[in-house]
Design a protein around this ligand. Structure first.
Ligand code: MIC
Ligand code: SF4
Length: 645
């Protein structure tokens, strides 16, 4: 990996370990971000760590997910985050300022810096040449308290870009193309580094669209060089000083390489219900659509929305279609208002909603029963829109806009419309949505805790004999949306694990919570890529609250595996994937001498009734073993503090 941009940035931040693929390293974290639906846990955990201030250069708490205030819960969460942010010296981005990743790109991201965020799409910052990683809330709290993050060094997948995109084809199509090639598992254990002459034809926000959806590949992160276009982007945001040129060396060696000629890509769409179920728009055909939603951290930049406004200008949205647009940031919305593009959208019949995640996380705008929704978002998992039987397709802003006019999915190249030219704009600095913590002092800032904010569950030390009952046998590619669904009904309870846990796995199996309660200690069995998708540690904390002690799967997604370990839940991989077929709900399984077995390369899980032994692999680092023994990361931190006293 020598000479790669990734190697350079990691080497610059290396605190401990050897920079070689598969090795456990600790890196310095320069910046963190949190958002509100994971943020309450982060700050509860930061408080539990008794942190004295924060050790990062910059930490920002965004409010962008829980924006519907249908009761006191979300507003109480905001007040809590605001008070803790002030107490610990964290910047607070008020609701309305925009989606964390878009705002961070515009206002705070710096080439060559590291960013850890409690949201899986934190790699958006890779568009600016950052190593930006999504993680569970506890890891982000720890990074704030100690300024470091540990990970095992991923392989570097070099994507060599040549050529230029043709008209009506955009960055979204590039990442959909890669998803089609590599699948939702293709990036697991990898950092994706883009290089080659094709990079120069992609703007910073195009690059950010691509690195953002690297999360859907399961990649640790994705990164682009920082070049002249980066300089111009930062200058336009009033942050010319943040610029620093960065690129891989000419002879950089990648662990794996793929070649992409941008000129060969067509407008694409991810069909229901997975971001890698990709086909050419033309091949899918002119399916009738009910809704078009434009926005999200993937496609809500100024350039994206100007393209949309240009396509809509002087035209009319189809009578069958509800078109909703959510701009990525307050700066973008203000600019669209000033230059008339907002009026072009509204006059065409678009419904413009606030700068937030909104429909992307099921916070409103759920499609009608059995409806078809085209979205410029990044995830189309079943039910995520809030309508269980809706069909969601993921497309580019161009395809979304032209289809909204036609009332059917269509390839813009056939529309006969010309694409608008987007002029570069200067965005005057506006920090009226930001609360700076200057002058704050831990001792004099009280934490505001609403009644819906409950303590988070803690595990116990790993017992000698771990006996548990199978409470669920789930399939491949189980998402964290499956494990802990999130929509407008449930998001208000992100600070209330006891309530939330009642809905754990509810879209797959309504009896899951009850069964776990009866079993007391239980095991979830899963297929491959278990826990893909979001960073929400609620997908580990709710099972923990219900007594899940082990998850046995064919393979795990990165962030969820860490969240399980942080919670003291054993993530075990079946050495023989065919063994999966043996498991059934109600079986009693046992891990004998669990702490001792943790030290061994193979951990035996035995069927307590038949005695049949299953070989599993943990592949745990030393730190992970310590966490599992202690019953999770917080317990370990407390133990270590006590020992030091
Ligand atoms: C998502 O897109 O699924 C989310 C909501 O942003 C999550 C975080 C969460 O569950 O709060 C993510 O991507 O990490
Ligand atoms: Fe928000 Fe959607 Fe992006 Fe998650 S994927 S951060 S819900 S816009």
């Amino acid at each position: 990996m020598k000479g790669t941009l990734t190697h350079k940035i990691l080497a610059d931040h290396l605190v401990d370990g050897e920079l070689a693929s598969g090795e456990e390293i600790t890196i310095r974290i320069d910046q963190t971000l949190t958002q509100d639906s994971t943020g309450t846990m982060v700050y509860l955990q930061l408080e539990a760590m008794e942190a004295e201030g924060i050790k990062t250069e910059l930490s920002v708490a965004y409010i962008d997910h829980n924006m519907l205030q249908t009761g006191f819960e979300n507003a109480d969460d905001h007040a809590f985050i605001k008070s803790v942010a002030k107490r610990h010296g964290v910047l607070y981005s008020k609701p309305g300022n925009g989606i964390c990743h878009q705002v961070h790109l515009e206002d705070f991201g710096i080439p060559g810096k590291t960013l850890l965020g409690s949201d899986s799409h934190t790699p958006t910052g890779g568009g600016l040449g950052m190593i930006a990683i999504g993680a569970g809330g506890l890891d982000v709290a720890y990074a704030m308290a100690e300024g470091v993050y540990s990970l095992s060094v991923p392989k570097i997948l070099g994507v060599h870009l040549t050529g230029e995109l043709r008209p009506w084809v955009s960055a979204k199509d590039v990442i959909l193309y890669i998803l089609q090639k590599l699948s939702v598992k293709g990036g697991v254990g990898r950092i994706i580094e883009y290089h080659g002459p094709g990079v120069q034809s992609l703007s910073v926000t195009d690059r950010a669209t691509i690195t953002n959806m690297g999360a859907e590949l399961g990649a640790t992160t994705s990164v682009f060089p920082s070049d002249e276009l980066t300089r111009r982007y930062l200058e336009a945001q009033g942050r010319a000083n943040a610029y620093r040129p960065l690129a891989a060396d000419a002879g950089a060696v990648y662990d794996e390489t793929i070649e992409i000629d941008l000129g060969q890509i067509d407008p694409l769409a991810a069909r229901p219900h997975s971001p890698d179920n990709v086909a050419k728009v033309e091949e899918i055909g002119r399916i009738k659509i009910d809704q078009v939603a434009i926005g999200s951290c993937t496609n809500s930049s100024y350039a994206d929305l100007m393209k949309v406004a240009g396509i809509l200008k002087g035209r009319k949205v189809s009578e069958n279609v509800s078109l909703v647009i959510s701009p990525g940031s307050s700066k973008i919305l203000a600019k669209l208002a000033e230059n008339g593009a907002l009026a072009d959208m509204i006059n065409a019949g678009a419904r413009v909603i606030e700068c937030a995640c909104g429909p992307c996380i099921g916070m409103g705008q759920s499609p009608r029963s059995g409806g078809v929704s085209l979205r410029t978002f990044n995830r189309n998992f079943k039910g995520r829109s809030g309508t269980a039987d809706a069909d969601v397709y993921l497309v580019s802003p161009e395809t979304a806009a032209v289809s909204a006019l036609a009332g059917v999915l269509c390839d813009g190249r056939k529309s006969g419309f010309s694409l608008p030219q987007i002029e570069e704009e200067i965005f005057p600095p506006n920090d009226n949505f930001i609360i700076y913590p200057e002058g704050s002092n831990k001792s004099n800032t009280a934490v505001e805790m609403g009644p819906n904010i409950k303590p988070f569950p803690l595990n116990q030390q790993l017992p000698d004999m771990l006996t548990a009952e199978v409470s669920l046998v789930a399939g491949d590619n189980i998402t964290t949306d499956d494990i802990m669904p999130s929509d407008s009904r449930l998001l208000p309870y992100r600070s209330n694990i006891p309530h939330l846990s009642e809905y754990c796995f509810s879209s797959i199996d309504k009896d899951f919570a009850g069964r776990c309660r009866q079993a007391k200690n239980s095991i979830v069995v899963g297929g491959s890529n278990y826990g893909q998708g979001s960073s929400r540690e609620h997908a580990a904390l709710a099972p923990l609250f219900l007594g899940v002690r082990i998850v046995l799967a064919k393979s795990f997604a990165r962030i969820h595996r860490s969240n399980l370990i942080n919670s003291g839940i054993l993530p075990l991989v079946l050495e023989e994937p065919g063994d999966y077929a043996d498991f059934q709900i109600g079986q009693k399984l046992v891990v004998e001498n669990a702490p001792k077995q943790l030290e061994q390369p193979v951990i035996i899980v035995r069927n307590a009734e038949t005695g049949r032994a299953y070989r599993t692999v943990g592949d745990f680092s030393e730190l992970e073993k310590e966490m599992l023994l202690a019953g999770g990361k917080i317990n370990l931190i407390k133990q270590k503090k006590k020992q030091a006293e």
